[in-house]
Write a protein that binds this ligand. Structure first.
Ligand code: HEM
Length: 404
């Protein structure tokens, strides 16, 4: 057995047994971050904090929520909102955080795309990030079922119907997912289990993986510069902190992260107290009724772009296009054939590709919310085709790019 000296402090005692000082070095004080990054690199930390807020507010909601089709609606809209002290506050925090999480996820994703942070050496960061996107989406969808309002029921009906795979008519699969012919009690309790147990566990595990994948390649930087972290960290440790291109994660970088987080929290609580209504769809304030279809069924804003890729096409091609939209961003590191790691505005044609993609996703989002009639149908179809064509063109656009 190892020889244990008399410990001088609790820290020392723990270090002798768990090597906590080495751990602190590897994960924090000697985890090196490039200097030339901006506030967009704080979005990952903001996301981690939003997830923590969702967990805490979710735990409070869970104390009063009833996963039963006869009780769920009342437990949320009456008991939690009116009878439980500050129940309304936890609910508003939970609803606003789920919506804002997607805003920050999209900013975080498109920062990665703009600066080429998914390229050689960083593919696993991207892939675990996309896994987080998918599990977060499933988490949001399953949570949306729980208040058992009209939109919970009918959005659940529409989305589970997609699993019949169009003209393959796999109705057995749809019934298997629902546990019934239509969404009912079995359906609600299994989505409840997914929302409060399985998916949060999966998200926590994948966040751990995502952090792990950052350790070796390190984060990218604003210029896409290839930094020699060994050389630069030695410079820093030798006292040349000005000349070195890197800073310590703790506390150099963390102090900047905490500043951005502070600004974000002001924005977040402003929304929670004054504008929470945007995160609570009014249609969902009516209890679920399987005999009364709402005039217009649409998902929350963050799913509208992919919903709009489904809508303008006939049944089978629509499903294929929708399926592709779900996986398209996973393929980015492999479809981008240029070795250049640089901001999009220094990559010629890629800059056009990037900005057209952003505008296209905004148009798809707007059209997804509007009823599928007249001119909206035409604009929606053009935007959906543009999305698919952009991905088909990406290998060509990036192959034409001059090597740096
Ligand atoms: C939802 C939970 C997520 C959390 C908590 C999270 C957390 C983080 C953190 C802390 C960082 C390092 C600092 C930074 O660049 O912000 C990071 C980097 C990164 N994340 Fe995420 N992330 C999440 C989702 C995603 C998603 C959906 C993607 C996109 C597919 C993604 C792609 C990336 C990439 C490419 C980097 C590296 C950035 C660089 O090298 O400059 N992440 N993430």
């Amino acid at each position: 057995m190892a020889h244990f000296e008399k410990a001088k402090s609790i820290g020392d005692w723990l270090d002798q047994r768990l090597a906590t000082k080495t751990l602190e070095k590897v994960l924090a004080t000697e985890y090196w971050i490039p200097k030339n990054i901006n506030f967009l690199w704080a979005m990952g930390m903001v996301l981690a904090i939003i997830f923590a807020m969702l967990l805490v507010s979710g735990i409070f909601l869970l104390m009063y929520y009833k996963p039963d089709v006869n009780l769920a609606f009342n437990s949320v809209n009456n008991i939690i909102m009116n009878e439980v002290g500050y129940g309304w506050l936890w609910r508003h925090i939970h609803a606003v955080a789920s919506s804002v999480a997607f805003l920050i996820i999209y900013i975080h994703m498109f920062t990665g795309i703009y600066y080429g942070s998914y390229k050689k050496g960083r593919e696993m960061i991207w892939i675990t990030g996309m896994l987080l996107f998918v599990t977060f989406s499933a988490e949001a969808f399953s949570g949306y079922m729980l208040p058992w309002g009209q939109m919970s029921y009918w959005a659940g009906m529409v989305i589970t119907n997609l699993f019949s795979a169009g003209s393959l008519e796999l109705n057995g699969v749809v019934e298997w997912i629902r546990g019934d012919y239509v969404p009912g009690d079995a359906y609600l309790t299994r989505f409840f289990m997914l929302h409060v147990l399985l998916l949060p566990l999966a998200i926590m595990a994948i966040i751990g993986l995502h952090f792990g994948t950052l350790r070796i390649p390190h984060v990218n930087n604003q210029d896409g510069e290839e930094i020699d972290f060994d050389v630069e960290s030695k410079k820093y440790l030798a006292g040349d902190t000005k000349g070195s291109k890197v800073i310590r994660f703790q506390w150099d970088f963390l102090s900047k992260d905490v500043f951005v987080l502070g600004v974000f929290l002001i924005f977040f609580f402003y929304l929670t107290f004054y504008h929470y209504a945007f995160a609570l769809d009014p249609v969902n304030l009516d209890p679920a009724d399987g005999l009364k279809t709402p005039a217009h069924i649409y998902p929350e804003w963050y799913f509208l772009w992919s919903y709009e890729i489904l809508r303008p096409f006939p049944k089978d091609p629509g499903l294929i296009a929708f399926g592709f939209a779900q996986v398209a961003f996973f393929l980015l590191p492999f479809l981008d054939r240029s070795p250049n790691v640089a901001p999009a505005n220094k990559r010629g044609l890629f800059a056009i590709w990037f900005w057209v993609m952003i505008v296209d996703m905004i148009v798809l989002t707007i059209m997804g919310k509007l009823p599928p009639e007249g001119i909206y149908n035409v604009i929606g179809a053009v935007a959906a085709w543009t999305f698919l064509i952009l991905f088909a063109l990406l290998p060509v656009v990036t192959m034409l790019e001059k090597k740096k």
